[in-house]
Every structure is written in structure tokens, then in C-alpha cells.
Write a protein that binds this ligand. Structure first.
Ligand code: 13P
Ligand code: SF4
Length: 308
């Protein structure tokens, strides 16, 4: 029996659901019940009747699913699948910053730990960040963490002056503007689309800026001949399925980057074998202490409510 058939059978027996992010390896995306961006995955996790959630993504995503589903088992194929952005914001330091700015509303990007979410007023993702920030009256100051690039982008778009945590994503900061412009010259007529975790000079070249799901929706609605795609390369799998006749070129990374096409090494830690193993063993499981879970649930629920 193939590994894929074994996973399908086990999933049925155990009433499990597989949720996968667009950056997962193609074979994982193909076997998933749902593939989406951070918001879509949180929404699916909040609705599921499954007993086990197999989260093919990174730790903060699986942790969000557990916060929403305390009585379900949430398993992650590789517990080391972290996130540079989440790691950039330790709770002790963040607590101090909040203390120093008691008037500020705390908005956190979902790419952070449960402890950070527990210290927040409201969570956002790249697909609803503008909406969430705009829901706060203009005169109220905002502290935004942990992604400074997304924070700067929101400041530019809304004319606000949010106080920003100095965090970033190693993958989205690896794009080379020189190489991108050279690639653009080689591909006349191509449009650049980018994820808002990218730096300002990359975003300035983009026709469309949005979440992974937003980027896929955009190319589907505007099936041009060629797109240069500035986000993690795993997105090309589903995007290409949606627009089979469009040429999709991954935005180039800086020369010193280990991967020429910008892959997230955390996302790629999950494999089909590890996915099978974690479903079979129901381990490694995600656990969140109940006091933190309860505090982290409120800002996530506020986000889900505002995203309806
Ligand atoms: P999305 O919510 O846009 O899928 O982004 C998740 C992420 O980790 C981007 O690096
Ligand atoms: Fe985190 Fe960046 Fe990987 Fe997304 S691509 S999971 S932000 S390290």
C-alpha cells in the first residue's frame, strides 16, 4: 500500500482532517483536505468536526488550531517547524514594551507564539491586517508586532504611525531587488505580485500585494501571460494549477541565500512520511497551558469575528 493510501485510510479510521499551508511540499498539499493561508486555515480549524487535526504548516499555525480546539488532538509532523518571525518576539521583552505603552492597542500578526497572542488585544493575518487596523479609531495608538515590514506597509496604506516591533521573515527579506529588476527586464509584460512580509523596495515594484490566498485569487482573476511571484516558492504549486497557461516565475533571492528560489526551511521540514507517522502515533501533539490558551483565544476570536 502506498504512503498516500495509508494516510487516506488512517485519516478515515481516526476521523482526522489534514490542513495544509500553501508553502507545504506539493505531495502534502495534494493529500490535504484543505490548503489555505493563515486566515483560511484558522477559519477551517474553528469549524471542523474532526477528532484529530493534522496541521501541515508551522508551529504557530498548529498552536492557533489548538487554541481554538482545546478538546481535539492537534498534531504537527515536525515539532521543529518554527518561524523566524515568531522567534523574533520573546514574551518577556514584549511584555515590557506593552507596559511602557499602556495607551496602545496591541495588534499582533498571527505569526507569533501563544504567549504573545495572550498579551494582545487582537490578532490579524496578512489577508485582514488592513481591515483589523482600520477597525481601531484613528486617534487610538497601536503597537504592532512582530513583522516590521507588514507593519510599515500598513502604516503607508492607512497613514497611521503604529509603533512597530523589529521582527522579520528570513524568507521574505531574502529577495534581491537588483535581481528582481533584471528578471523584470528579461520578461517584458510580466507583473510582479508580492507578500507584504517583503521589504518596501520589493513591494514598491508590485502590482498586487496580499496574502498567499490573495495572490492566488488575484492571478486567477487576471490570468496574464507572466507573473513574477515574490513569496515562498511553495505557492507556485497551487497557483499553477489555477492558471495552467500563465508563466509563473519565482522572485530571485540574494546571492548569499542558500536557496535561489526562497524556500522556508521550517515549512519544508514536514514530509509525507512524517505526516503519516504523526497521524499514526498521534504525536507530536501541540499543547498550550490553559491559562495562556484562554487569554490567546479572545484576540483570535475578535479577528475571526471581524473577518466574517
Ligand atoms: P499567509 O497568511 O499569507 O499564508 O502567510 C503566512 C506566512 O507565513 C507567510 O510567510
Ligand atoms: Fe515564518 Fe517566513 Fe517561514 Fe512564513 S515564510 S513561516 S513568516 S519563516
Amino acid at each position: 500500500m502506498s504512503l498516500v493510501s495509508k494516510i487516506v485510510q488512517l485519516k478515515k479510521e481516526k476521523n482526522a482532517i489534514i490542513l495544509a499551508h500553501y508553502y507545504q511540499q506539493p505531495e502534502i498539499q495534494e493529500i490535504a483536505d484543505f490548503v489555505g493561508d493563515s486566515l483560511g486555515l484558522s477559519q477551517k480549524a474553528s469549524e471542523t468536526n474532526a477528532d484529530i487535526i493534522v496541521f501541515a504548516g508551522v508551529h504557530f499555525m498548529a498552536e492557533t488550531a489548538k487554541i481554538l480546539n482545546p478538546s481535539k488532538k492537534v498534531v504537527l509532523p515536525d515539532l521543529n517547524a518554527g518561524c523566524s518571525l515568531a522567534d523574533s518576539c520573546p514574551p518577556e521583552l514584549f511584555r515590557e514594551l506593552i507596559k511602557a505603552h499602556p495607551q496602545h492597542v496591541v495588534i499582533t500578526y498571527i505569526n507569533c507564539s501563544a504567549e504573545i497572542k495572550a498579551l494582545s488585544d487582537i490578532v490579524c493575518t496578512s489577508s485582514n491586517a488592513l481591515k483589523i487596523v482600520n477597525s481601531i479609531p484613528k486617534k487610538v495608538p497601536i503597537l504592532f508586532a512582530p513583522d516590521k515590514n507588514l507593519g510599515k506597509y500598513i502604516n503607508r496604506k492607512t497613514g497611521r504611525n503604529m509603533l512597530l516591533w523589529d521582527g522579520s521573515c528570513i524568507v521574505h527579506e531574502a529577495f534581491s531587488i537588483e535581481k528582481l529588476l533584471a528578471l523584470y527586464k528579461e520578461n517584458p509584460g510580466a507583473k510582479i505580485i508580492a507578500h507584504p512580509e517583503s521589504e518596501e523596495h520589493i513591494l514598491n515594484t508590485a502590482t498586487y500585494i496580499g496574502s498567499t490566498a490573495g495572490m492566488i485569487k488575484y492571478v486567477k482573476q487576471h490570468p496574464l501571460e507572466k507573473y513574477i511571484v515574490a513569496t515562498e516558492a511553495g505557492i507556485l504549486h497551487k497557483m499553477q494549477q489555477e492558471v495552467p497557461d500563465t508563466m509563473l516565475v519565482p522572485a530571485p533571492a540574494k546571492a548569499d541565500n542558500t536557496c535561489a528560489c526562497s524556500e522556508c526551511s521550517f515549512m519544508k521540514m514536514n514530509t509525507l512520511q512524517k505526516l503519516y507517522d504523526c497521524l499514526y502515533n498521534e504525536n507530536p501533539q501541540i499543547e498550550v497551558p490553559e491559562n495562556i490558551r484562554k487569554m490567546a483565544l479572545q484576540p483570535i476570536e475578535r479577528m475571526l469575528e471581524l473577518s466574517k
